[in-house]
Design a protein around this ligand. Structure first.
Ligand code: ACO
Length: 381
């Protein structure tokens, strides 16, 4: 048995959802290039494509949008539950709890019924943004704002979060961000979703387990750390020294590197364009120059190892300009990625076998239990 740490290069499933060419920097959802979808599609249309395999007809899209709009509200019980959460807690933990709680409200588990699958998709896509925005207001001591039916998906989320209607350009750019983050094959959180799905549990548990996995700093949580890093660097001319130190100390530079890409992540390039579009309209973020300097310096120092900016590198700058607080960057990622997780949930159910990998045991063999007073050992921490 050969051990492959981190399962690098080990196929664990077949999938028709998303394809990554990490050498050329190409990414497609269901065969459509990410650049085309990010410029032409909407998040809800892309969600439909990811989950059901084809772009919707105009009627299918209208129906899907209307259903999602109808299910945006969350029960007062979920809101009351959030009021019991500590305001200092991380919004990803709040989101994971809220996503799991939906399983209590919709406890029927008919995962072989297409209507059940459709309804669960609609509920999760509709309610996750409302829960993220609600926790933001609740932790500030305010009551959450109700969704507005006259606003489209992304505009409504920004409205619920910032308490004011945003410029249409801001809403469109946010929607494009959601498209970019919606799916990315078998990353850690999607793998987590598939493993959970393979037990035939409910879709709320599938999403809750994936949210927990996305939260870590090596995965979705990196976007928060990127801004902290840029602020620590402070100015463009200090980027080189920072990099040298990080490399000498074997520290990871946040927002760089990817298991799949050996070139710049195509989503990072599009997010950089979106950042520039936002800055042109609403004013520049001074950390943008630091980010560009860091990318430039890193091209010489990390580029030869195939380490380039990933999706998290420029997203924080975009989100900050959109008025999104830093610790909501990863929950915003989750709002989008729920589309990919649900596409994988549905695909897993279509050809399910429970995940149960093996291990290579390295522990002690053949020990005998002894009464405590006869033991003479110090604890291994
Ligand atoms: N900065 C500096 N060196 C790096 C970086 C980085 N960001 N990423 C990888 N390396 C180096 C490692 O030190 C290692 O070098 P070595 O061979 O000399 O020991 C080599 O590249 C391979 O690194 P691994 O960590 O083994 O690569 P892996 O594929 O396991 O990890 C990961 C990929 C987790 C994304 C990694 O690049 C990383 O930690 N990046 C920073 C965190 C980050 O931005 N995460 C977001 C990823 S995108 C997403 O999840 C949405």
């Amino acid at each position: 048995m050969t051990l492959r740490p981190g399962l690098e290069g080990v196929p664990v499933t077949q999938s028709a959802i998303c394809d990554i060419d990490g050498l050329q920097g190409n990414l497609t959802y269901r065969g459509y290039p990410i650049g085309e979808l990010a410029s032409q599609s909407s998040f809800l249309e892309t969600t439909y494509l990811l989950i059901w395999g084809d772009l919707p007809s105009p009627q299918q899209l209208r129906d899907f949008e209307a259903e999602v709009q109808m299910h945006r509200r969350v029960s007062f019980r979920v809101r009351d539950m959030m009021k019991c959460f500590p305001a200092s807690g991380h919004p990803m933990d709040a989101l994971q709890s809220c996503a799991a709680s939906l399983g209590l409200f919709y406890s029927r588990r008919a995962i072989d019924n297409p209507q059940y699958i459709y309804d669960a998709v609609v509920r999760l896509i509709a309610k996750i943004p409302t829960m993220v925005a609600a926790f933001q207001l609740i932790r500030k001591g305010q009551d959450p704002i109700q969704p507005r039916d006259d606003l489209a998906y992304s505009a409504n989320f920004l409205y619920m979060l910032t308490e004011k209607e945003q410029d249409p350009l801001a809403s469109r750019i946010f929607d494009r961000c959601l498209i970019l983050h919606a799916e990315h094959s078998l990353n850690a959180s999607t793998f987590s979703a598939r493993v959970t799905a393979s037990t035939l549990t409910d879709p709320y548990a599938v999403v809750a387990s994936a949210v927990g996995t996305l939260a870590g700093p090596l995965h979705g949580g990196a976007n928060e750390d990127v801004l902290a890093m840029l602020e620590e660097i402070g100015s463009p001319e200090k980027a080189g020294v920072y990099l040298d130190k990080a490399i000498a100390n074997k520290l990871k530079v946040m927002g760089f590197g990817h298991r799949e890409y050996r070139v710049k992540d195509p989503r990072a390039s599009i997010l950089q364009e979106l950042a520039e579009e936002l800055f042109a309209r609403f004013g520049k973020d001074e950390m943008y120059e630091v980010a560009k300097a860091l990318e430039n310096e890193a091209t010489h120092r990390l580029g030869p190892k195939g380490i380039f900016p990933n999706v998290d590198f420029y997203s924080g700058l975009v989100y900050r300009k959109l008025g999104i607080p830093r610790d909501l960057f990863t929950p915003v990622f989750a709002i989008s990625r729920v589309a990919g997780w649900l596409a994988h949930w549905r695909e897993q159910l279509g050809a399910n076998r429970i995940f149960r990998p093996s291990q290579i045991y390295t522990g002690v063999q053949a020990r005998r239990w002894m009464p405590p007073e006869e033991r003479n050992q110090t604890r291994n921490n």
